[in-house]
Design a protein around this ligand. Sequence first.
Ligand SMILES: [Mg+2]
Length: 247
Amino acid sequence: MAGSGLFVTGTDTDVGKTAVAVAIVRGLMRDGLQSGLRVGVYKPVASGVPTGGAAGSDMARLWEAAGRPLSLEAVCPQRFEAAISPPRSALAEGRRIDETLLRSGFDAWRNASDIVIVEGAGGLFSPLGETTLNADLARDLDLPLVVVDAARLGAIGRTLAVVRAARAEGLHVAAVVLSQIELSESSPADPASPQAIAIQSASDLAERLRPVPVTMLAHHATAIEPDLDWLTLSRPGGQHAVAPTPP
Ligand SMILES: [Mg+2]
């Protein structure tokens, strides 16, 4: 069973990818505790990471959630300080992205894990290196996608655009997660409240994307509701083993 994984990508940057990836890892750790499931985590490249200060970064959050497997260096072998696109961030330090390492960095995890949760950087078509987009890496690693969008107005349009573009690239979309990145003070009874928009968007997307499951991560929640069988979804043809989950 070694070698399966999921590539967590977004419709844009700052849509809640890390929160979703961490919640997936936590769910797998919880469900796999008895069986000793080995969960790997990989962030091929990160920008906006202060030198010597990875605390609170995406890679550190993923590593902690997975119970600190291998090393932080293995989680993210390439990190840069400026919070701009990775190739630009590297250039600002007089360096270049190692495009081979983007791919080979995954090998240690493939061998040491039953499932690897990979978090891309930026959106699906954002650059990871000078020639590699997130979509290119997902294809080369042969991983199904988890598409994350922020649970706010426009989620249906943003998500469908990315799902359709992913499919046009030959990528498999295993699931969609809407992430509530902002706290809502308004009543969910108000149809224009962020919460109501999130629920309505998830329901609409589930209908349009069937049989792809569409689920949600509430603001500051640690678990995805309803949670999915991520292990099954990470395997070829796994989507068909999971019933559609209308929210
Ligand atoms: Mg992130």
